[in-house]
Design a binder for this molecule. Structure first.
Ligand code: PSV
Ligand code: MN
Length: 389
C-alpha cells in the first residue's frame, strides 16, 4: 500500500477517539452484571486503563468522565493525574437519570424544586469542566413520559429550553454543550429529546456553542444515520458522536461490530466534508459497555474498527465518484464506494503504526504486555466501579 497518498496518511494520523471511563467498569443488562477481575475501583484506575488504550493505539488521547460516577474531591488533581498518564480529560457527561427525584423527569419535571436540582447538577458539571480543562459538556436526558396525558408535552419542551439556556449561559468562551438524543428508554411513550431534529432545534435556539451528539445506538431500526450526519455537518451543528453498535436498540456493543458498512457510510459522509480532521471540531467518542468480553481489548478493537472505517472512506476515488454521479451512472457510482469498502486497509494501518513507533497489532500487544494479569492480581479488594459507581 506504498502508493497511498500522503493526505490519506495524514488524515489517519490526525483522527482522535475519546474513550469513556464507564466502559472500563463493570456493566451488564438490567438482568445481570457479570463482574470481571481487574476492573477499576476508582476514576484514577479507569483513567490508567484509558491511557493504556492510547499508548497502544496512538489515537485515543482523551477519556470522557461521567459525573457522579467519576466524582472526586479534587478535579484539578484528577486532570493532572490524567496528564501524567498521557491522556486528557474529555467530555464531562452529566447524570440526571439515577436519582429517585427524577422519576417524572429531571429538567422537564413538573416540580420546580426537582428542575432546580437537575439544573444545578448540570451547572456543577460546568464547574468540573473548569477544574479539569474539559471543553465539552455532554447532556443526555432520560426525561419523558410513559402514558399519553401523563404530562404536557409542550410544557416539558419549555422547561427543557429554560434549563438548557441557563446552563448554556454559564459556559466559558471555549466550552461547548453537546446535546444527545435517544428515541426511547427509559420513557416508553414520549421522550423529551427523542431525535436529532429536537436536539438540532434546541441547539440552534441556544447558539453557536451548542451542537448535536449522535449516539449511533439511539435510533429506530433502519434509520439512515449517515443522512443525519450529512445534514448536521452541512448545518455546522454536528458536534460529537457516541459510537457503539447495535443489533436491536441501545445495545452499546463495540463500534463497527454489528454493521461495519454503516460505520463506513458514516465515515464517508465525514471524510467528504473534511470533518474527521481535529480542527473540524467533531468529538469522536465511544459510549460502550463490555458485558461479556474483556474491556480493554474490546475498547482497542472498537478504536481500530473506527480507524478502518475511516481509512476505507478515505480511499474512495472521489474523481471517479463525481464523474459517475454527474453522468447519472448509478451502478458505477455505487461501485466506487463498494470498491473502497472492500479494500483490506489493515496492512496500511499496520504500516502507519509501525512508522509511528507503535506495535502494528495493538490487541496482540495488549495481550503480550501483561497489563491484564497485573490488574487482575493487584486490583484486589475495594469496590469495583460499575454502572452507577
Ligand atoms: C444513554 O443511553 C447514554 O447513551 C448517554 O450517553 C449516557 O450518558 C450513557 O448512555 C450512559 O451509559
Ligand atoms: Mn450515549
Amino acid at each position: 500500500m506504498a502508493e497511498v497518498a500522503e493526505n490519506v496518511r495524514a488524515a489517519l494520523r490526525d483522527l482522535r477517539i475519546e474513550t469513556p471511563s464507564w466502559a472500563y467498569a463493570n456493566s451488564g443488562t438490567r438482568f445481570k452484571v457479570f463482574a470481571q477481575a481487574g476492573v477499576p475501583r476508582t476514576p484514577q484506575e479507569k483513567i490508567a486503563d484509558a491511557a493504556v488504550v492510547h499508548r497502544l493505539t496512538g489515537v485515543a488521547p482523551a477519556v470522557a468522565l461521567h459525573i457522579p460516577w467519576d466524582a472526586v474531591d479534587d478535579y484539578a488533581a484528577l486532570s493532572a493525574f490524567a496528564r501524567e498518564q498521557g491522556v486528557e480529560v474529555g467530555a464531562i457527561n452529566s447524570n440526571v437519570f439515577q436519582d429517585d427525584d427524577y422519576k417524572l423527569g429531571s429538567v422537564t419535571n413538573p416540580d420546580p424544586r426537582i428542575r432546580r436540582k437537575a439544573t444545578d447538577h448540570l451547572l456543577h458539571c460546568v464547574d468540573v469542566m473548569d477544574a479539569t480543562g474539559s471543553k465539552d459538556l455532554k447532556l443526555w436526558f432520560s426525561d419523558g413520559i410513559n402514558y399519553p396525558g401523563q404530562d404536557n408535552l409542550r410544557a416539558r419542551q419549555d422547561r427543557l429550553a429554560e434549563a438548557l439556556r441557563e446552563v448554556y449561559d454559564r459556559l466559558g468562551p471555549d466550552q461547548r454543550m453537546l446535546l444527545e438524543y435517544k428515541l426511547f428508554e427509559p420513557a416508553f411513550y414520549a421522550t423529551d429529546v427523542p431525535d436529532w431534529g429536537t436536539s438540532f432545534a434546541h441547539c440552534v435556539e441556544l447558539g453557536p456553542k451548542a451542537g448535536v451528539c449522535i449516539d449511533t445506538g439511539h435510533h429506530a431500526p433502519g434509520t439512515n444515520i449517515e443522512f443525519i450526519v450529512a445534514f448536521l455537518v452541512r448545518a455546522g451543528k454536528l458536534a460529537a458522536f457516541d459510537f457503539n453498535s447495535r443489533f436491536y436498540a441501545d445495545d452499546d456493543l463495540m463500534a463497527g461490530a454489528a454493521d461495519p458498512f454503516q460505520l463506513f457510510r458514516i465515515m464517508f459522509e465525514l471524510v467528504q466534508a473534511n470533518a474527521t480532521r481535529t480542527d473540524a471540531g467533531i468529538a469522536f467518542m465511544l459510549d460502550q459497555c463490555h458485558n461479556l468480553e474483556a474491556k480493554i481489548p474490546a475498547i482497542i478493537r472498537s478504536v481500530l474498527n473506527i480507524q478502518e472505517a475511516q481509512a476505507k472512506a478515505l480511499l474512495v476515488d472521489e474523481v471517479a465518484l463525481e464523474k459517475a454521479q454527474e453522468s447519472g451512472d448509478v451502478l458505477a457510482a455505487n461501485a466506487v464506494l463498494m470498491d473502497a469498502f472492500s479494500t483490506d486497509v489493515r496492512p496500511l494501518l499496520r504500516a502507519l503504526r509501525d512508522e509511528q513507533g507503535l506495535d502494528p497489532d495493538p490487541v496482540e500487544a495488549y495481550h503480550r504486555s501483561g497489563y491484564q494479569q497485573r490488574i487482575e492480581t493487584t486490583r484486589v479488594g475495594g469496590v469495583q466501579a460499575g454502572w452507577g459507581a
